[in-house]
Design a protein around this ligand. Structure first.
Ligand SMILES: NC(=O)c1ccc[n+]([C@@H]2O[C@H](COP(=O)([O-])OP(=O)(O)OC[C@H]3O[C@@H](n4cnc5c(N)ncnc54)[C@H](O)[C@@H]3O)[C@@H](O)[C@H]2O)c1
Length: 268
């Protein structure tokens, strides 16, 4: 298997794209640390994962025959991240892969947006990626190898009405990806981004519920720019396959790159 003996940290790993990515890495032989917030954020209009969800995700990895731990960690806070990375090192001794996936969303006009809503969203995506990279990379640099994958979005390239905070954070993820790739290339560490289109995860289901919209109609609306939707909607497994490729040595000469899993949305 391509990731035998490797250890992967996946943030926001209790469900959705994070869990699918963790399962894909585990199927290739990686042991997994899932970091998740395990509580709600009051400016996010839908429930986040709780401890039971994280425990269940850990069991799903273990059922594949890999070691796994779940760590409650809010990636917005450095003390949480330091403690979580230490826990992973105590448990596994090393870290080879970091997937910065934790994310939240909401739809609010800039003129109506409370400062906390901006901060909570931007900090989860962008500051979280910075903090986790900072504390994991120190170990990757010491071992002269590693893979970092940041989860961007179509919103890394396009504006979203009522999603200025999300689009700004996701644009920022790309600047961070490219800059970090330059910083750590000499240490044999690849840093890339995966940019999904719309995936009907709990994030989208929760957002649509909070707006009182019909799920089916909303799904059609949010995926109308996917070119291949009629045959195959974008799934978390599609995202996971892209993450997996960027975490193996099959992509060893790919760094500072943004890989779209957007059903051609960005082509038009
Ligand atoms: N679903 C989509 O359409 C879509 C599209 C493009 C990009 N993405 C990105 O994919 C990533 C995963 O999203 P998803 O759709 O699987 O959503 P999701 O809500 O199903 O999963 C996100 C996970 O992150 C966790 N989380 C949230 N805030 C956190 C924090 N501060 N610290 C630690 N964990 C936290 C949640 O508890 C949850 O388990 C996000 O970065 C999202 O922006 C999603």
């Amino acid at each position: 298997m391509k990731l035998d003996g490797k250890v992967a940290v996946v943030t926001g790993g209790a469900r959705g794209n994070g869990l699918a990515s963790a399962l894909a890495l585990a199927r290739e032989g990686a042991d997994i640390a899932l970091l998740d917030i395990c509580r709600d954020i009051d400016t996010v209009p839908y429930p986040l994962s709780d401890q039971a969800k994280l425990d269940d995700a850990v069991q799903q990895i273990k059922a594949l025959g890999q070691n796994a731990i779940g760590v409650a960690c809010d990636v917005r806070f450095e003390a949480d991240v330091i403690a979580a990375v230490q826990r992973v090192l105590d448990e596994f001794g090393h870290v080879d892969i970091l997937v910065n996936n934790a994310g939240v969303t909401s739809l609010t006009a800039v003129v109506d947006m409370p400062e906390e809503e901006w901060d909570n969203l931007v900090d989860t995506h962008l500051k979280g990626a910075f903090l986790c990279s900072k504390h994991v990379l120190r170990h990757m640099i010491g071992q002269h190898s590693g893979k970092v994958v940041n989860i961007g979005s179509v919103g890394s390239f396009k504006g979203f009405g009522l999603g200025a905070h999300y689009s700004a954070a996701k644009h920022g993820m790309l600047g961070f990806t490219k800059s970090l790739a330059m910083e750590v290339a000499d240490h044999n560490i690849n840093v890339n981004a995966v940019c999904p289109g719309t995936v009907w995860t709990d994030m989208m289901i929760g957002l649509v519920d909070s707006l009182g919209m019909d799920q089916e109609e909303a799904q059609e609306q949010f995926t109308m720019d996917h070119l291949m939707n009629a045959d195959h909607p974008v799934t978390s497994e599609d995202v996971a396959n892209a993450v997996l490729w960027l975490c193996t040595d099959d992509s060893r000469n790919t760094t500072g790159f943004a890989l779209g899993v957007d059903s051609g949305w960005l082509a038009h």
